[in-house]
Design a protein around this ligand. Structure first.
Ligand code: GDP
Length: 436
């Protein structure tokens, strides 16, 4: 996601960093490039205009002219403004004082609501909640079964109308579900509603009726980030027709342009709470505007990476790894451990995409597959502990021995060692520059 945008922004800003002092004309030229990059990424025009105006104003102000390194100041400003349009602070779910907390999902058909219901249920369950899924999409054939399937996969209960009861009344189902949640002590009720292929009045009315019946604590508008500009118009229609308290962006894994993510907050005034980036139940997380911004600017998303690692490592280990990343002391042993944990975490491309500089390495990333990882693992395993700790000691004869021992060519060992040094250096530099 955001690949093209990220490439364009990075190159616009790189041109600046070659200059010592910045004139207003330099800033105008950069602003123009950023503007084109955003428009090409399908960001809404009104959002682009505001964004560019703020960048220009701040960049031409004292902030930059007095600075030692004006280019870095501009990057900082662009980063801060990106964070702002993405929503500023991370917004978390609001829970009801008196459970159950009711969360209603609304959006077009195919937006990913049902999948999201499963993802959110699993996510909440992992945090110690006991969610109840409620099937109020009684329109689409199989929607109820689909919800039951994701519910089973997430290991949570699903409340659905009895089969054979005709089409059923979603408002009635929603009401009964709340009673059931109270009875069975579910602290969260997740209501999946029906979608249509396009916005229509009946759809809005049904969603509004369900809303009135269950008074949700959160109404989440679920939107497919791949629909580009349409995401904004659909969001406006739902805001006016049903109202919502937060947005969930889905299919960010497939979205190369990312304009929806950058527009929807500003246009609707409601924050993005979650981002969904794959078909598996685990491909889902809180939306962090700051992390997303640094990802867009090619600064990587080391925080998310470390957080994901934390779920698989113990806390102490993760902190050590983070510190080592920053100080350039990462060893191949750390790397191997990370790799083993990472492989448990899911699609490798997603994870590598969070690393600084990943945007520029995307062609290589696309080639990373499990077979290659097996090879890397074999090479590192062929090293002695001392070599893993201090890869600098791996000289030519050691490389030969390692290659033989792990059944690969010396060239493969060379490549791994060289890449490791490059990555370590790059991460230490990024850490120094951006202070993580
Ligand atoms: P609903 O009609 O809104 O309930 O949408 P569904 O949950 O049925 O999702 C529609 C399709 O999108 C399904 O094939 C899902 O597997 C797929 N989908 C949902 N979320 C994501 C996502 O984040 N990434 C990808 N690639 N596919 C997704």
């Amino acid at each position: 996601m955001f690949d093209t945008l990220s490439d364009r922004l990075t190159s616009a800003l790189q041109t600046l960093s070659r200059k010592g002092r910045l004139s207003d004309a330099d800033i105008d030229a950069t602003a123009r490039e950023i503007r084109i990059a955003l428009l090409e990424a399908d960001v809404a025009l009104s959002v682009v205009k505001d964004f560019i105006a703020r960048i220009k104003e701040r960049a031409k102000g004292a902030e930059v002219h007095g600075a030692l390194n004006p280019a870095q100041q501009v990057i900082k400003i662009v980063n801060e403004e990106l964070v702002t349009i993405l929503g500023g602070e991370t917004r978390r779910l609001t829970f009801a004082k008196n459970p159950p907390t009711v969360i209603m999902l609304a959006g077009l058909q195919g937006a990913g609501k049902t999948t999201l219901a499963g993802k959110l249920a699993l996510w909440l369950k992992k945090q110690g909640h006991a969610p109840l899924l409620v099937a109020c999409d009684l329109q689409r054939p199989n929607a109820v079964t689909q919800l039951q399937v994701v519910g089973e996969r997430a290991g949570v209960m699903t409340f659905a109308p009895e089969p054979g009861n005709g089409v059923g009344d979603p408002v009635d189902v929603a009401r009964r579900a709340i009673d059931e949640a109270k009875r069975a002590q579910h602290d969260i009720v997740l209501v999946d509603t029906a979608g249509r292929l396009g916005v229509d009045e009946e759809l809005m009315k049904q969603a509004a009726d369900i809303r009135d019946a269950v008074s949700p604590d959160e109404t989440l508008f679920v939107v497919d980030a791949m629909i580009g500009q349409d995401a904004v118009t659909t969001a406006e229609a739902f805001r006016d027709g049903v109202g919502f308290t937060g947005v969930v962006l889905t299919k960010l894994d497939g979205d190369a342009r990312g304009g929806a993510a950058l527009s929807v907050r500003q246009v609707t005034g409601q924050p993005i709470l979650f981002a969904s980036n794959g078909e598996k139940l685990e491909d889902f997380d809180l939306f962090h505007p700051d992390r997303m911004a640094s990802r867009i600017l090619g600064m990587g998303d080391v925080l998310s990476l470390i957080e994901q690692a934390e779920q698989h490592f113990d806390q102490e280990k993760a902190e050590q790894t983070a510190a080592k990343l920053g100080s350039g002391q990462l060893t191949l042993e750390d790397f191997l451990e990370q790799m083993l944990a990472v492989r448990k975490m899911g699609p490798i491309g997603n994870l590598l995409g969070m690393l600084p500089g990943a945007g520029q390495m995307k062609d290589q990333l696309a080639q990373v597959d499990d077979k290659q990882l097996d090879k890397l693992q074999a090479i590192i395993r062929g090293m002695t502990p001392a070599e893993r700790d201090d890869p600098k000691m791996i000289n030519a004869s050691r490389r030969l021995r390692i290659a033989k021992g792990s059944g690969v060519a010396v060239r493969d060992v060379n490549e791994l060692v060289n890449r490791f040094f490059e990555a370590r250096k790059m991460m230490a530099q990024m850490a120094g520059r951006f202070g993580f």
